[in-house]
Design a protein around this ligand. Structure first.
Ligand SMILES: [Zn+2]
Length: 527
């Protein structure tokens, strides 16, 4: 019997998992048994399509699914896998608790890992590298890009892709170039709309788990607003009478006791995608969900949507909206010349510039050559102008040198660069010297975008003619996530081109450089 099962492992990955894998010492529920409480997992474990995307709530078993397949591939096919996590430290915690423990618990896995250990000596035991039989799994943090670009593999897994160092993400799939198999698995709880996992998922057949009400027979995909009830007391924050109900007949439902199936919303799409919702998990905490949904704290609400519901969410004030721009409109037209002005230039394939006065936008545009920027400087005579130092550092230096005391190249070098050792000095958000200015990307964007959100800058009445400017300023979204130590980190991610957003930021930085060079008093943070 056991020998027969063993021969099926290569063809049936879920049987390999059933026979060998455990979590906290217990066999996994893969949705295959009669008394399963996670029937939605059955197809997920039996679907090994080349490209799969999982958008999900927290704690629904997606990491387990992706981890086990990586190890199965190494063991059964002797092929290699790259498994990427947001940071190296979350990765090593994961490997120790979620990989090493199950291996030690399984006589078979311990055997194949042990043989690998003998062949490779200490190499096989390094956190970050696992060998089962003759295949390798490379566990990597997205924050160490060189470790990602250095391996060629047959399968890549990106676990929590929305929380990764975004500049590393495009390199993950490239690791498949030399493989015949070319399998990829992307999974994440979402953050904001049109970014990361939300974008990947939109490109798939978008499967949702539907259940059939055992009272009235209506098929439905559970959603928090139609299927969850409960009484919430605002004063005590106590929740009573909570339940999952049918959206049609309002009868109480226990999801895993209902007949269920995956239904594709976009069957015409070739890529495979699953939306795994916490409401189907047997351990869902309805009281907590209802409490979180009633919170007035924007951070709790964001986590409620992202982590509990698995939905992308745009927190209030996290980006410039059309309404914000509309509210900044005043009765003047651009281009407009004023005696006092500042300029910012974003450098890319073309040069995007924004010229502003103390508190209003004066000109917006893009040009091809640095000589065009030179002409603009001569025409407008800005008090200060700031040019993106990258990627054309030499040309940027050339033009700022021509206008000493007014021209600056800018690096987004981070908060540390600006910190001063002197305790009596307040924190400044820029650090300027002769012709260079350093700032933090997030803090400076907080200032320049905050001006628009809080109507501290004026926009011309013909701003609607500058569609690209509006779209690119709106494309910068502030997201906050927790690092491994539980500290929250904020950063702006882009949901489209953002050149004008940065040109506008450099113009704001130019104003700040002028202020600090003439009257060096730091001002208070606005946002
Ligand atoms: Zn019903």
């Amino acid at each position: 019997m056991e020998e027969k099962r063993r021969k099926e492992w290569a063809d049936y990955y879920y049987k390999w998992v059933e026979d060998n894998w455990s979590a906290r010492g217990e066999k996994l529920d893969l949705g295959t048994t009669k008394d399963t409480k996670r029937p939605y997992l059955k197809q997920i474990y039996q679907d090994q399509s080349p490209e799969i995307v999982y958008i999900k709530s927290a704690q629904v078993g997606a990491t387990e699914r992706m981890l086990t397949e990586a190890l199965w591939l190494a063991d059964q096919y002797k092929e290699n896998c790259l498994y990427v996590f947001p940071t190296s430290s979350t990765m090593s915690d994961l490997v120790q608790t979620r990989v090493d423990e199950p291996i030690n618990f399984s006589p078979y896995l311990l055997g194949v890992a042990g043989r690998a250990r003998k062949i490779m000596a200490k190499q096989a035991d390094k956190v970050g590298l696992k060998r089962l039989s003759k295949g390798f799994i490379y566990f990597r943090g997205s924050n160490t890009p060189t470790q990602i670009t250095s391996v060629d593999v047959d399968m890549v897994v990106a676990d929590e892709v929305d929380r990764m160092l975004q500049s590393s993400v495009p390199y993950i799939e490239k690791r498949l170039l030399n493989s015949k198999r070319k399998w990829s698995r992307f999974g994440s709880t979402p953050t904001i709309p049109n970014f990361g996992i939300d974008l990947y998922y939109k490109d798939t057949n978008q499967q949702e788990w539907h259940i059939k009400c055992n009272h009235c027979g209506v098929w439905q995909h559970l959603n928090f607003y139609e299927n969850i009830i409960g009484d919430y007391d605002e004063n005590t924050r106590k929740v009573t009478n909570e339940a999952i109900i049918c959206s049609k007949c309002k009868g109480k439902l226990v999801p895993y006791q209902c007949e269920g199936k995956w239904i594709a919303k976009k069957p015409e799409n070739e890529k495979v995608g699953y939306f795994i919702h916490q409401l189907y998990a047997p351990n869902v905490n309805l009281k907590q969900l209802i409490r979180n949904s009633n919170s007035t704290n924007e951070e709790v609400l964001t986590q409620f949507h992202n982590q509990d519901l698995g939905e992308p969410y745009e927190p209030e004030g996290s980006k410039v909206t059309e309404a914000n721009i509309e509210a900044c409109k005043r009765d003047y037209r651009i281009p407009l010349k004023e005696e006092v002005c500042y300029m910012g230039v974003d450098v890319g394939k073309v040069l995007h510039y924004v010229i502003r006065g103390e508190n209003r936008i004066l000109d917006i545009g893009k040009v091809k050559e640095f000589s065009d920027i030179d002409r603009l400087v001569q025409a407008y005579q800005p008090r200060a102008f700031v040019v993106d130092a990258l990627p054309e550092t030499r040309k940027a230096i050339e033009i700022v040198n021509k206008y000493q005391g007014r021209g600056y190249i800018c690096y987004y070098s981070g908060y540390k660069e600006m910190r001063t050792d002197k305790e009596d000095e307040q924190l400044k958000w820029i650090k300027a010297d002769e012709h260079k200015v350093n700032t933090d990307r997030t803090i400076s964007l907080d200032y320049s975008l905050g001006e628009i959100i809080h109507q501290n800058i004026e926009m011309p009445k013909n701003i609607d003619d500058y569609v690209e400017f509006k779209n690119q300023v709106k494309a910068l979204n502030r997201i906050t996530r927790l690092d491994t130590k539980g500290n929250s980190i904020s950063e702006y991610v882009q949901t489209g081109d953002d050149h004008y957003g940065h040109a506008n930021n450099y113009a704001r930085i130019a104003k700040q450089v002028f202020i600090e060079m003439t009257e060096p008093e730091p001002e208070l943070m606005i946002i």
